[in-house]
Design a protein around this ligand. Structure first.
Ligand code: G6P
Ligand code: ZN
Length: 543
């Protein structure tokens, strides 16, 4: 068996987005497409020779054959060892943990996260660094540059190896360790949370539903919730990962996790509901008859994390993405700990976590996590909620009500307008940007605009800057509109409109968010002329 050098040519459009390179699956399966990008990954990190990596994916269509290609390329590029999840499956947080646990030089994760999977749906590849976190922009920019000049890649002509059998094999001299996908991750969770307390809660009749949406978290949820914590068999639904996610759109939000929502708002709802996404890094949390917005979830977790053994010493700080509501900031202020506001994208939390500035991080896009790995972690958030529920012995609704009574309530919602023609979306954003300087002082919907800008971020650890990260319109009464275009889609543009309004209490803390936000929503439509540019008046997704 030999390492072959294959001549290739640059393929346009291999620019990693918010979270790696994502394309339609047939594009990824096209001639040299995956190979060019994987060679660019290896070249961008200074070559693979002598290095060790983790490899796994969310099990979507093409996951298995892509893994074989990547392994053969790692071998031909001189890598010494690759740790692969059984069946080439690893949740994104589990992959991040394996990178850290084994001190590897990084890892390749095959996923398009919450995007649908299948022969005509989405596929993706991203590289995580030795700290377990997504490659920073300097590295992804280097990958992109290499894809534009690439002339050859290296790949072994060895036969496929059996990735279903746990154990050690070699591939052209490279060690391949196939490991159980769940074991190490579950062990990590046991170090962070009070499993006996949660087990006692389940033994006492506490009922839960975890919707794995036919994606990667099924085996993780079954092992941890049912086998280790004693939740009733059947607690995990849609628990068998399928290459097309059973046709589900594995994005845990009220729109796509509608089965879970219906159950949690129906008769005989369980005490607690949760869902995760394709690759297991997102989470949605629902109480009986009450939805927890991701921004509120972050704030509640920050205020109560000390109840879990892994965080008993308190938090160094809390970080949130800019479009996420300021609810977590109020908790950080009350605790006297650091608070940080970053651009959208988990990679921006990496430096804060590595430097010990932030312990908890969260995003409105259903991501929450901590310094235990360098990715957001859906099951981790679910377990932290369970730990808090077990200690406080209250319902989700009671915990939220007490939280708002103490901190006030940041009413919050995100409205998404999907599959807009890119030119129309770009024109709308350009016009909005051009209007920003004229907005301060203007009154709309009875609210005074105080400031308007395009969010720019300077990383407090390495001083790097990121500009144009989202338009913000801030009102004198503390309300806020944020607009940006999604960086994770694969077709057309998705406009995200983030809406926030603060109610200090004690009155007015239990309104319907859409109703409480109505003037802010109307202002957003008027200021950006969403209908004029895009023809859209109603959002496709409301979170
Ligand atoms: C991924 C990233 C998150 C990000 C989210 C939304 O899940 O890991 O960090 O918040 O996408 O990104 P988008 O650009 O689509 O709003
Ligand atoms: Zn994801």
């Amino acid at each position: 068996m030999t390492a072959l050098t294959i001549a290739t040519q640059p393929i346009a459009g291999q620019k990693p987005g918010t979270s790696g390179l994502r394309k339609k699956t047939p594009v990824f399966m096209g001639p040299h497409y995956l190979q060019n990008f994987v060679q660019a990954i290896f070249d961008a990190i200074g070559g693979a020779a002598g290095k060790t990596f983790v490899l796994g994916g969310d099990g979507r269509y093409f996951n298995d054959s892509a893994a074989q290609i990547i392994l053969k390329m790692a071998a031909a590029n001189g890598a010494s060892r690759v740790i692969v999840g059984q069946g080439a499956v690893l949740s994104t947080p589990a992959a991040s943990h394996l990178i850290r646990l084994n001190k590897t030089d990084g890892g390749i994760i095959m996923s398009a996260s919450h995007n649908p999977g299948g022969p005509e749906e989405d596929f993706g590849v991203k590289f995580n660094m030795g700290n377990g976190g997504p490659a920073p922009e300097a590295v992804t920019d280097a990958m992109y540059a290499i894809t534009q000049t690439i002339a050859e890649y290296r790949i072994s002509d060895a036969p496929d190896i059996d990735l279903n059998a746990v154990g050690r094999v070699t591939l052209d001299g490279m060690v391949v360790d196939v490991v159980d996908s769940v074991t190490d991750y579950a062990a990590l969770m046991e170090t962070l949370f009070d499993f006996p307390a949660i087990r006692a809660m389940f033994a006492g009749g506490f009922r839960m539903r975890f919707d794995a949406m036919c994606a990667v978290t099924g085996p993780y949820g079954t092992e941890i919730l049912e086998n280790r914590l004693g939740a009733a068999p059947g607690t995990v639904t849609h628990g068998t990962p399928l290459p097309d996610f059973g046709g589900m759109h594995p994005d845990p939000n009220p729109t796509w996790a509608h089965e879970l929502m219906a159950e949690m708002f129906g008769a005989d709802a369980p005490d607690f509901g949760a869902a995760s996404d394709g690759d297991g890094d997102r989470n949605m949390v629902v109480g009986r008859g009450i939805y927890v917005s991701p921004s509120d979830s972050l704030a509640v977790l920050a205020a109560n994390a000390h109840l879990a053994p892994g965080y008993a010493r308190g938090l160094a700080g809390v970080a949130r993405s800019m479009p996420t509501s300021a609810a977590a900031d109020r908790v950080a202020d009350a605790l006297g700990i650091g608070k940080y506001e970053t651009p959208t994208g988990w990679k921006f939390f990496g430096n804060l976590l590595d430097a010990g500035k932030a312990t908890l991080c969260g995003e409105e896009s259903f991501g929450t996590g901590s310094d235990h790995v360098r990715e957001k972690d859906g099951l981790w958030a679910v377990l932290l909620w369970l730990n808090i529920l077990a200690v406080r012995q209250q319902t989700v609704a009671q915990i939220l009500a007490e939280h708002w009574a103490q901190f006030g309530r940041n009413y919050y919602s995100r409205h998404d307008f999907e599959a807009i023609a890119t030119d129309k979306a770009d024109a709308m954003v350009a016009a909005l940007r051009a209007s920003l300087t004229t907005l301060p002082g203007r009154e709309i919907e009875g609210m005074q605009i105080e400031a308007a800008d395009d969010f720019a971020y300077t990383d407090p650890v390495d001083g790097s800057t990121s500009a144009r990260q989202g338009v913000r319109i801030l009102f004198a009464d503390g309300s806020r509109i944020v607009m940006r275009l999604s960086g994770t889609g694969t077709e057309g543009a998705t406009l995200r409109v983030y809406l926030e309004r603060y109610a200090p209490g004690p009155e007015g803390l239990d309104r319907d968010p859409q109703e409480a936000l109505a003037p802010v929503i109307r202002a957003a439509h008027a200021l950006a002329d969403i209908a004029g540019f895009t023809g859209r008046t109603t959002p496709d997704v409301i979170t």
